[in-house]
Design a protein around this ligand. Structure first.
Ligand SMILES: [Zn+2]
Length: 683
């Protein structure tokens, strides 16, 4: 065995093909050990602390650790294996321990305070000041002020939470892969479009099966729910999907997240109380743009009140349509998407399927790059010969109008086995100025679970998939186009979580503009752009069921926030999670799912991800993104002056200033909700 550990020797991009599970633990242990020694030395050697003799070296240490861990955590999400999973999980307690130890280091805290109180502080730039202020805030949030016993408890809680959230995520992945539907009788497949059939055939062939294989990967599941005429098939798929990782459904109890969720909630509540907050919702807001729980709840209730009448009307229309046209009088959860699609076709003579031939990957990707070239003057080109974790991955670089290299990214588009569902952007390398004066260029991972290519044709995406891609690309640009040179607040670092969806949701708007669609859409065979007639139908159908979608997002947001805000320890294990969800549904939802639905068991955003008591962020930031876009509506969607203004006042600024300040710098005033309501057809 070689003694070289690629995770320790890497200098630039991660050597994905050389990183093996056995490298992970030794690399992490070695880096943590050397960081500890270095910190001790820094604290001991210096009498007076300054940015250069303390914070700069600390940022470098953090960065090194982050850069080592990033590919490991990423591979655990996109090319999962038993060995990597074990290695990853063995590291979680070490990382948690290290992070708490840093956050509770009183000597280090005093050193930060001394810099804050020294004359040097006034001479630092905005980014440096913000980093120090954030650090002082985070020391408090890590329990620096607590007595020894409570500090110890804080540490234990963090340890347990990191294990539980990882297990929660694993259960979803395993439950998603554990179930599939093998079909050999073609009669059962009536209604499914050719693209879905080809995808299912390809999935069957990959497992050396005859016929068709449908899985719980989203593109496969969604096609059946939207198009399969066979009601029993839709019901079976719906039941399997909506009960994943729970005590219900076909794999009941096998990957059950029930207890894990109870434990996560109770530990987060205890953690918040240790720190002097009433509950975890308050703790969550300590680092967000929203000030109080009341502010969040009022915002959500108000939005619900405005949207629910429209949602009700839409459901009534759907119910009436199913009864009149299809003689179905009892719409169930597995009928909503199916008859919704039929109603869309009936009303607008338009199906999501009609657009797919116009969104081949070979047009969408260069077209998306063309859009941002016109907006921000940046050029994006593919770079070959870079090590990747999978053959389907592409690698690109971004250069600005002065040909300066601004960022690089990996694009991993398709759904596949051993890859976590959903779409996300993650940080591989962050932008910073090194002590030797060189610049570290930011690198991002853009990950989606879109429909893969079938046979020799390019992948054909739904419009919704294209929108998802633009969303993640928006996050990516925020990470990569930053001008900030201190990693703690460069890119998305240090950006309040309820403002972080601004650049991403903002990008989605271009997917609806005729002028932009000229760049991103063309028929994969004829090369024709979307015909006017089809575009008009698509646009007319834009707000189809927008009220129902709105109340669904509000349902998720309220459920998440209230669950943390109203948590009562004595109710643990008594079904209080389901009870809150039921209450929220009776207030805002128009579609009530069947009793076995365990949506919450797969809601990793709020249990395992960073959105705990923060899912409202999507709607909150949508007010910002819709209002920001409305300036482009006024000035022209490719107005380069407005584009530069957005680039300079929002995208390049990272977390150096409060989001409200950045927004006002761009928009010239505080955000208004009107644009969001107008875009959703609710105003
Ligand atoms: Zn997002």
């Amino acid at each position: 065995m070689s003694t070289e550990n690629p995770l320790l020797t890497m200098t630039g991009l991660p050597p994905f093909q050389h990183i093996k599970p056995e490298h992970v633990e030794p690399a992490l242990k070695s880096l943590i050990q050397s960081n500890r020694e270095q910190l001790e030395k820094l604290l001991k050697d210096n009498e007076h602390y300054s940015w250069d003799n303390l914070i700069q070296p600390l940022e470098d240490m953090d960065d090194r650790l982050g850069r080592m861990w990033s590919p490991v955590s990423h591979m655990n999400s996109v090319v999962n294996s038993d060995e990597l999973r074990d290695a990853y999980n063995n590291c979680l307690p070490l990382l948690s321990e290290y992070s708490t130890e840093m956050g509770q280091n009183v000597e280090l805290y005093e050193a930060y305070k001394s810099i804050k109180d020294s004359p040097e502080f006034d001479t630092l730039d905005t980014a440096q000041k913000k980093i120090i202020d954030n650090a002082l805030r985070d020391f408090h949030l890590s329990g620096i002020d607590l007595p020894v016993e409570k500090k110890k408890r804080y540490r234990e809680i963090k340890q347990q939470l990191s294990k539980l959230t990882s297990k929660y995520e694993e259960n979803i992945l395993d439950a998603t892969q554990a179930w599939s539907k093998h079909i050999t009788d073609e009669k059962l497949l009536s209604g499914l479009p050719d693209s879905a059939l080809a995808m299912a055939k390809q999935a069957a062939e990959a497992k050396e099966l005859n016929g068709w294989l449908f899985t719980l990967n989203f593109p496969s599941y969604y096609a059946v729910l939207s198009y399969a005429d066979d009601r029993a098939l839709r019901e079976e798929m719906y039941q399997a999907y909506s009960s994943r990782a729970s005590e219900q459904g076909p794999n009941a109890g096998e990957f059950d997240n029930s207890e894990i969720m109870e434990d996560i909630l109770s530990l987060r509540h205890e953690l918040a109380q240790l720190l002097g907050f009433k509950n975890y919702a308050e703790r969550s807001l300590a680092t967000k743009m929203a000030d109080t729980p009341e502010q969040v709840l009022t915002f959500l209730h108000d939005l619900a009140k405005r949207s629910k009448p429209m949602a009700k009307q839409e459901l009534a229309e759907l119910t009436g349509f199913a009864r009149q046209e299809h003689d179905v009088s009892d719409l169930s959860a597995w009928d909503i998407a199916y008859y919704g699609e039929k109603l869309r076709q009936h009303t607008f003579d338009f199906s999501e399927e009609d657009l797919k031939p116009y969104f081949p990957e070979t047009k969408v990707i260069p077209g998306m790059f063309e859009v941002v070239k016109r907006l921000y003057g940046i050029s994006i080109n593919e770079v070959d010969g870079i090590e990747k974790w999978h053959d389907d991955v592409h690698f690109y670089e971004i250069r600005d109008d002065k040909n300066e290299l601004r960022g690089q990214f990996y694009l991993d588009l398709y759904a596949r086995d051993k890859k976590r569902g959903g779409a996300w952007m993650d940080d591989c390398i962050g932008r910073k100025r090194n002590v030797d004066g060189s610049l570290q260029i930011p690198v991002a991972y853009l990950t989606c679970n879109l429909t893969q290519p079938i046979g020799d044709d390019p992948a054909l995406f739904t419009h919704n998939e294209v929108t998802t891609l633009f969303h993640e690309f928006g996050h990516g640009l925020h990470h990569m186009l930053t001008r900030v040179e201190h990693i703690g607040v460069s890119g998305i670092n240090g950006v309040a979580w309820d403002a972080v969806e601004l650049p991403s949701q903002f990008m989605e708007n271009w997917c609806w503009e005729r002028e932009a669609l000229e760049s991103i859409a063309a028929h994969y065979q004829s090369g024709e752009s979307i015909p006017d007639e089809l575009f008009n139908k698509m646009y007319a159908a834009k707000n189809f069921q927008a009220g129902m979608q709105m109340v669904r997002q509000i349902e998720f947001s309220l459920f998440d926030f209230r669950m943390y805000h109203e948590y009562q320890p004595e109710l643990k294990g008594t079904g209080s999670i389901q009870k809150i969800l039921d209450e929220v549904r009776s207030e805002v939802a128009v579609v009530i799912p069947p009793p076995y639905n365990r949506f919450q068991h797969g809601f990793s955003h709020i249990f395992a991800g960073g959105y705990a008591a923060g899912y409202y962020s999507y709607k909150w930031a949508e007010v910002l993104s819709a209002d920001a876009f409305s300036l482009f509506e006024e000035k022209g969607i490719f107005d380069s002056e407005t584009g530069s203004a957005f680039l300079e006042s929002v995208l390049e600024q990272g977390g150096t200033k409060e989001p409200m300040e950045l927004f006002k710098a761009f928009r010239g005033r505080e955000p208004q909700i009107d644009a969001l309501l107008r875009h959703s057809g609710i105003a």
